[in-house]
Design a protein around this ligand. Structure first.
Ligand code: SF4
Length: 232
Protein backbone atom coordinates (compact mmCIF):
# COMPACT_ATOMS: atom_id res chain seq x y z
CA UNK A 1 0.00 0.00 0.00
CA UNK A 2 1.17 3.51 -0.66
CA UNK A 3 1.46 5.30 2.68
CA UNK A 4 1.77 9.08 3.04
CA UNK A 5 2.42 9.12 6.78
CA UNK A 6 2.04 7.24 10.07
CA UNK A 7 1.95 9.27 13.27
CA UNK A 8 0.37 9.45 16.71
CA UNK A 9 -1.91 12.32 17.69
CA UNK A 10 -5.43 12.95 18.99
CA UNK A 11 -8.46 12.17 16.89
CA UNK A 12 -9.83 15.62 16.07
CA UNK A 13 -13.24 14.78 14.60
CA UNK A 14 -16.29 12.66 15.16
CA UNK A 15 -17.60 10.34 17.87
CA UNK A 16 -14.08 9.52 19.10
CA UNK A 17 -12.79 13.12 19.14
CA UNK A 18 -10.04 13.52 21.72
CA UNK A 19 -8.97 9.85 21.64
CA UNK A 20 -5.21 9.26 21.37
CA UNK A 21 -4.81 7.54 18.01
CA UNK A 22 -2.23 6.40 15.52
CA UNK A 23 -3.06 7.54 12.01
CA UNK A 24 -2.13 5.33 9.07
CA UNK A 25 -2.68 7.60 6.09
CA UNK A 26 -2.82 5.91 2.71
CA UNK A 27 -2.01 7.92 -0.40
CA UNK A 28 -4.20 8.01 -3.50
CA UNK A 29 -7.85 8.88 -3.98
CA UNK A 30 -10.54 8.28 -6.60
CA UNK A 31 -12.07 11.71 -5.82
CA UNK A 32 -10.75 15.28 -5.99
CA UNK A 33 -12.64 17.43 -3.47
CA UNK A 34 -12.13 21.11 -4.20
CA UNK A 35 -11.39 21.77 -0.51
CA UNK A 36 -9.41 18.56 0.18
CA UNK A 37 -7.43 19.06 3.40
CA UNK A 38 -4.89 16.35 2.48
CA UNK A 39 -4.00 17.21 -1.15
CA UNK A 40 -0.75 15.28 -0.69
CA UNK A 41 -2.93 12.14 -0.84
CA UNK A 42 -5.24 13.17 -3.70
CA UNK A 43 -4.34 16.07 -6.01
CA UNK A 44 -0.59 15.43 -5.70
CA UNK A 45 -0.23 12.06 -3.99
CA UNK A 46 3.00 11.46 -2.09
CA UNK A 47 4.30 8.58 -0.04
CA UNK A 48 6.04 5.26 -0.37
CA UNK A 49 5.04 1.64 -0.79
CA UNK A 50 4.93 -0.21 2.53
CA UNK A 51 4.22 -3.87 3.16
CA UNK A 52 1.85 -4.98 5.93
CA UNK A 53 4.78 -5.95 8.20
CA UNK A 54 6.33 -2.49 7.56
CA UNK A 55 3.10 -0.78 8.58
CA UNK A 56 2.60 -2.94 11.66
CA UNK A 57 6.20 -2.30 12.72
CA UNK A 58 5.60 1.45 12.46
CA UNK A 59 2.34 1.30 14.44
CA UNK A 60 3.34 -1.05 17.26
CA UNK A 61 5.94 1.19 19.00
CA UNK A 62 3.55 4.15 19.16
CA UNK A 63 1.50 4.47 22.33
CA UNK A 64 -2.15 4.69 21.21
CA UNK A 65 -4.34 1.59 21.22
CA UNK A 66 -6.67 3.22 18.68
CA UNK A 67 -5.63 3.15 15.02
CA UNK A 68 -7.30 5.28 12.35
CA UNK A 69 -6.82 3.96 8.81
CA UNK A 70 -7.43 7.00 6.66
CA UNK A 71 -6.34 8.62 3.43
CA UNK A 72 -6.69 9.55 0.69
CA UNK A 73 -9.08 6.69 0.18
CA UNK A 74 -7.94 3.54 2.02
CA UNK A 75 -10.64 1.43 0.37
CA UNK A 76 -8.70 1.61 -2.91
CA UNK A 77 -6.30 -0.98 -1.48
CA UNK A 78 -7.22 -4.65 -1.07
CA UNK A 79 -4.51 -4.85 1.60
CA UNK A 80 -6.64 -2.70 3.88
CA UNK A 81 -8.63 -5.87 4.68
CA UNK A 82 -5.72 -7.93 6.12
CA UNK A 83 -4.23 -4.79 7.69
CA UNK A 84 -7.38 -4.10 9.71
CA UNK A 85 -7.76 -7.79 10.59
CA UNK A 86 -4.20 -7.97 11.89
CA UNK A 87 -4.48 -4.74 13.87
CA UNK A 88 -7.66 -5.98 15.55
CA UNK A 89 -6.11 -9.37 16.30
CA UNK A 90 -3.32 -7.46 18.12
CA UNK A 91 -5.92 -5.70 20.26
CA UNK A 92 -6.11 -2.33 18.49
CA UNK A 93 -9.41 -0.49 18.08
CA UNK A 94 -9.63 0.24 14.36
CA UNK A 95 -11.45 3.15 12.73
CA UNK A 96 -11.60 3.35 8.94
CA UNK A 97 -12.17 6.76 7.38
CA UNK A 98 -13.63 6.57 3.87
CA UNK A 99 -15.71 8.62 1.46
CA UNK A 100 -17.78 5.49 0.83
CA UNK A 101 -17.46 5.57 -2.95
CA UNK A 102 -15.37 2.45 -3.53
CA UNK A 103 -14.79 -0.93 -1.86
CA UNK A 104 -11.77 -3.24 -1.86
CA UNK A 105 -12.40 -6.37 -3.93
CA UNK A 106 -12.71 -8.70 -0.87
CA UNK A 107 -15.49 -6.42 0.48
CA UNK A 108 -15.51 -4.12 3.49
CA UNK A 109 -12.72 -4.61 6.04
CA UNK A 110 -13.78 -5.50 9.58
CA UNK A 111 -13.37 -2.56 11.92
CA UNK A 112 -14.67 -1.07 15.17
CA UNK A 113 -15.87 2.22 13.70
CA UNK A 114 -16.69 2.79 10.03
CA UNK A 115 -16.34 6.55 9.63
CA UNK A 116 -18.05 7.44 6.35
CA UNK A 117 -17.77 10.91 4.87
CA UNK A 118 -19.93 11.08 1.74
CA UNK A 119 -19.02 13.99 -0.49
CA UNK A 120 -21.73 16.55 -1.25
CA UNK A 121 -22.10 18.40 -4.58
CA UNK A 122 -20.19 21.39 -3.20
CA UNK A 123 -17.04 19.23 -3.04
CA UNK A 124 -16.87 18.95 -6.84
CA UNK A 125 -14.01 20.95 -8.40
CA UNK A 126 -14.62 23.57 -11.16
CA UNK A 127 -15.66 22.32 -14.59
CA UNK A 128 -12.39 23.43 -16.21
CA UNK A 129 -10.17 21.48 -13.77
CA UNK A 130 -7.46 19.62 -15.76
CA UNK A 131 -7.78 15.86 -16.03
CA UNK A 132 -11.56 15.91 -16.32
CA UNK A 133 -11.79 15.77 -12.54
CA UNK A 134 -15.09 17.65 -12.28
CA UNK A 135 -16.82 14.94 -14.33
CA UNK A 136 -14.91 12.05 -12.74
CA UNK A 137 -15.54 13.29 -9.21
CA UNK A 138 -19.23 13.89 -9.88
CA UNK A 139 -19.63 10.45 -11.49
CA UNK A 140 -17.99 8.67 -8.53
CA UNK A 141 -18.87 10.55 -5.37
CA UNK A 142 -22.31 9.07 -4.62
CA UNK A 143 -22.67 5.30 -4.24
CA UNK A 144 -25.64 4.54 -2.00
CA UNK A 145 -25.15 0.78 -2.45
CA UNK A 146 -21.69 1.07 -0.91
CA UNK A 147 -22.91 3.35 1.89
CA UNK A 148 -25.55 0.77 2.85
CA UNK A 149 -22.99 -2.04 2.76
CA UNK A 150 -20.56 -0.09 4.95
CA UNK A 151 -23.12 1.04 7.50
CA UNK A 152 -24.38 -2.54 7.84
CA UNK A 153 -20.87 -3.92 8.30
CA UNK A 154 -19.79 -2.18 11.54
CA UNK A 155 -20.74 0.55 14.02
CA UNK A 156 -20.69 3.67 11.89
CA UNK A 157 -20.75 7.43 11.73
CA UNK A 158 -21.65 9.60 8.76
CA UNK A 159 -19.75 12.89 8.55
CA UNK A 160 -20.84 15.52 6.05
CA UNK A 161 -18.63 18.53 5.38
CA UNK A 162 -20.98 21.51 5.22
CA UNK A 163 -20.53 25.12 4.19
CA UNK A 164 -24.04 26.26 3.18
CA UNK A 165 -27.74 25.69 3.72
CA UNK A 166 -27.82 23.89 0.35
CA UNK A 167 -25.29 21.39 1.73
CA UNK A 168 -27.52 20.68 4.72
CA UNK A 169 -30.54 20.14 2.46
CA UNK A 170 -28.53 17.69 0.32
CA UNK A 171 -27.28 15.81 3.39
CA UNK A 172 -30.82 15.48 4.79
CA UNK A 173 -32.16 14.19 1.46
CA UNK A 174 -29.25 11.76 1.17
CA UNK A 175 -29.78 10.33 4.65
CA UNK A 176 -33.51 10.01 3.93
CA UNK A 177 -32.69 8.17 0.69
CA UNK A 178 -30.51 5.70 2.59
CA UNK A 179 -33.57 4.65 4.59
CA UNK A 180 -34.90 4.55 8.10
CA UNK A 181 -32.16 2.18 9.31
CA UNK A 182 -29.73 5.10 9.53
CA UNK A 183 -29.48 6.40 13.09
CA UNK A 184 -29.56 10.22 12.97
CA UNK A 185 -27.59 10.29 16.20
CA UNK A 186 -24.69 8.90 14.16
CA UNK A 187 -24.94 11.60 11.49
CA UNK A 188 -22.51 14.45 12.06
CA UNK A 189 -22.33 17.78 10.28
CA UNK A 190 -18.84 19.19 10.14
CA UNK A 191 -18.10 22.81 9.23
CA UNK A 192 -15.95 23.30 6.15
CA UNK A 193 -13.16 25.52 7.43
CA UNK A 194 -9.47 26.16 6.87
CA UNK A 195 -8.91 28.61 9.74
CA UNK A 196 -10.03 28.72 13.39
CA UNK A 197 -11.98 31.91 12.64
CA UNK A 198 -13.90 30.28 9.79
CA UNK A 199 -14.50 27.26 12.01
CA UNK A 200 -15.93 29.34 14.87
CA UNK A 201 -18.37 31.21 12.62
CA UNK A 202 -19.63 28.13 10.78
CA UNK A 203 -19.79 25.96 13.93
CA UNK A 204 -22.06 28.43 15.70
CA UNK A 205 -24.50 28.40 12.76
CA UNK A 206 -24.22 24.62 12.29
CA UNK A 207 -24.87 23.87 15.98
CA UNK A 208 -28.34 25.38 15.65
CA UNK A 209 -29.01 23.38 12.47
CA UNK A 210 -27.92 20.14 14.17
CA UNK A 211 -30.24 20.88 17.07
CA UNK A 212 -33.12 21.38 14.61
CA UNK A 213 -32.40 18.21 12.61
CA UNK A 214 -31.36 15.74 15.31
CA UNK A 215 -27.84 15.46 13.90
CA UNK A 216 -24.59 15.94 15.80
CA UNK A 217 -22.10 18.73 15.37
CA UNK A 218 -18.61 17.52 14.53
CA UNK A 219 -16.06 20.13 15.48
CA UNK A 220 -12.66 20.05 13.78
CA UNK A 221 -10.66 20.19 16.96
CA UNK A 222 -7.32 19.57 15.25
CA UNK A 223 -7.63 22.98 13.56
CA UNK A 224 -7.79 24.62 17.00
CA UNK A 225 -5.34 22.27 18.72
CA UNK A 226 -2.67 22.03 16.02
CA UNK A 227 -3.62 24.56 13.31
CA UNK A 228 -4.34 21.74 10.85
CA UNK A 229 -0.63 21.11 10.30
CA UNK A 230 0.38 17.94 8.47
CA UNK A 231 1.29 15.06 10.84
CA UNK A 232 -1.08 16.19 13.59
S1 SF4 B 1 -12.21 12.04 -0.59
FE1 SF4 B 1 -10.90 12.80 1.07
S2 SF4 B 1 -8.77 12.51 0.34
FE2 SF4 B 1 -10.13 12.28 -1.44
S3 SF4 B 1 -10.14 14.32 -2.36
FE3 SF4 B 1 -11.92 14.21 -0.98
S4 SF4 B 1 -11.19 15.03 1.00
FE4 SF4 B 1 -9.36 14.58 -0.27
Amino acid sequence: MRIAEIYASLQGEGLLAGTPSTFVRTSGCNLRCVWCDTPFTSWKPQGREMTLPDILSAVEPLAPRHVVVTGGEPMLFDDVVPLCAELRSRGFHVTIETAGSVLPSPGPPRCDLMSISPKLASSTPPADTPGGWARRHEASRRRDDILRTLSASAPYQFKFVVESAADIDEAVRWIDDLGSDIDRGRVLLMPQARTPEELATRAEWLAKECDRLGFRLAERHHLLWFGGRRGT
